[in-house]
Write a protein of this length. Structure first.
Length: 311
């Protein structure tokens, strides 16, 4: 079986190291920005032993996974960096994570603090669990870690509460899905796949035959699908949504000019295109200030310590 690859995430955060330390070591603050944990609670500490904690994570409506862990931090290293080690395990058989270990490092550099983590865990459920973890869970868990790190960065750098940045991300993703999905659907189904008669009305009004109109409808579906895909891929940029806002009035006017009765039909071009404009405006308004799982580093740019033995 292939060796599991530990998860690595790093973000440069322009904030005092003490603020970063408190936001990551205080359970009440940690659970606000880290999407991997719904609740973190410190257990009574025993002198000379690591700090133990209990965590819960909601994996689906009505389904909560609980686990236990222990952490040990080191604030005063000679080079000015800090370190926090972590071990965790879940007794719940529904959790794919059996046990894991990792660390956080806080490395002061010019312009801020390198906040990085490397961790690994042992999956449950035998060979099936290994494959599920390799191809689905581990990539998603790594992305969730990166998204959370960027959420923390935005909080400490810009003062945007994690709850607000989460809502901005949800609103932007929803609006982008609406705009991109509408472009793709209307280019693919009524045009490319069906060449629906209502889509041919405009071309027929210009004198084209049924065969030619059908061909032209299918040809116009290609750029619509392509634009929808581009909108999804480039959702962090302004131009797909600005182009949609500019194009919708012209497309609406063209549709009504070719068949005036369209405005009276259910889900007609007027209401659909108005919804496209509104969704594009929401996407533009929520483009900034939202976390991204693509912004943090996912590969160590230099040598970093190994995770160590799993519990």
């Amino acid at each position: 079986m292939a060796r599991r690859k530990p998860i690595y995430v790093e973000s440069l955060i322009e904030a005092p190291i003490d603020e970063l330390w408190n936001a990551t070591q205080d359970p009440a603050l940690h659970q606000r920005w880290d999407v991997r944990f719904g609740q973190i609670e410190y257990l009574p500490r025993v002198d000379g032993e690591p700090q133990r904690f209990r965590y819960t994570t909601k994996v689906a409506p009505g389904v909560t996974i609980a686990g236990t862990g222990e952490s040990l931090g080191d604030r005063d290293r000679p080079d000015g960096s800090r370190w926090s080690g972590l071990k965790f395990w879940a007794g719940d058989r529904r959790s794919i994570i059996d046990a894991g270990a990792g660390y956080w490092r806080y490395v002061p550099v010019a312009g801020g603090v390198r906040f990085l983590t490397r961790y690994d865990y042992r999956p449950r459920w035998g060979a099936l669990g290994e494959q599920f973890d390799r191809w689905l869970f581990r990539p998603l868990f790594g992305w969730a870690t990166a998204w959370s790190f960027d959420r923390l960065r935005i909080w400490l750098e810009d003062g945007t509460p994690p709850e607000l940045s989460r809502n901005l991300a949800i609103a932007h993703a929803s609006a982008t899905s609406a705009v991109a999905g509408t472009w793709i659907y209307h280019g693919l189904v009524p045009k490319l796949l069906v060449a629906h008669p209502t889509e041919q009305v405009f071309w027929r009004s210009l004198g084209f035959s049924i065969t030619s109109a059908s061909t032209l409808v299918r040809l116009t579906g290609i750029p619509e699908v392509a634009f929808g895909i581009a909108t999804a891929v480039r959702s962090n940029q302004r131009w797909p949504f600005v182009a949609t806002i500019v194009a919708m009035p012209a497309l609406t006017a063209g549709a009504l000019a070719s068949e005036r009765r369209l405005w009276a039909r259910a889900f007609n071009p007027v209401t659909r295109n108005a919804a496209m404009v509104a969704s594009s405006a929401v996407a533009l308004a929520t483009r900034r200030g939202r976390p991204s799982g693509r912004r943090p580093l996912r590969q160590a740019p230099d040598s970093q310590p190994d995770v160590g033995a799993l519990p």
